[in-house]
Design a protein around this ligand. Sequence first.
Ligand code: CO
Length: 293
Amino acid sequence: MRKKLIIPILAIIFFVGLCASTMAGGHGHKAPKKVGILLVAFGSSEPSAQVSFENIDKQTRAAYPGIPIRWAYTSHIIRKKLAKQGKHLESPEVALAKMQDEGFTHVAVQSLHTIGGAEYHDLRRTVGAFKMMGEFQRVILGYPLLAAQEDMQRAVNAILKSIPSDRRKTEAVVLMGHGTHHPSNAFYAALMFQLQLKDPNIFLGTVEGYPEVDLIKELLLEKKIKKAYLMPFMSVAGDHAKNDMAGDEDDSWKSILTQAGIQCVPILKGTAEYDDFVAIWVDHIRGPLGHFE
Ligand code: CO
């Protein structure tokens, strides 16, 4: 008998809690609807990366006119570095808390990550915590660049378009992804497979995951490729692109491939500098926004 009572009581407590939180406007009135977008990137302290963020900001504003946009960086190290330069960027937690304070009721949090890796899943947890607190009527996270098969197809097309027009088909294009220990690392090899269906001399390696540069080098040598365009497959041309990809150190991709007799042409442009990539992220905001109507 007692057990039977517990569930309705819990339901009442939950319901009362829910009412209190959705009436966060106070005095029993539901807060007026205020929709916002929070763009969340890993972040970069490199000046060369800012052009990517500016492009995303510009395109988001153009796609969703009238919706206020806020930014957050997930990397604590980057935020600390920027603070020393007098630039104050917030963590997603602080940015969301400030948006609560500003009276936002519906927030679309958009991941600007390339894959749904560790950073993305950390962000999911943060968004989940805000959801549970119930201070927003709705707070929803949008997918990173690569999620659905349609994204893969769009990314393939964006990559094909971003290749310099003077590159010959016998020359390789070697993309540098970030790579991760996270299971989502498999997206890189999956994307390379789909790229190679269109153009067999496009390769995609990673700095911190699979495929590694040594494997890419073997594949290039097997095909007797003499020249390769090196391009970052990261939203910004930051530290990895400048040093790990195009640097003069012995272990940079440029050095490793040059040592193997392959002429390298590095291109220091992040994916977010190209509108076709940015359009994928920007379109993903439509997912959360669609639930706010
Ligand atoms: Co890194």
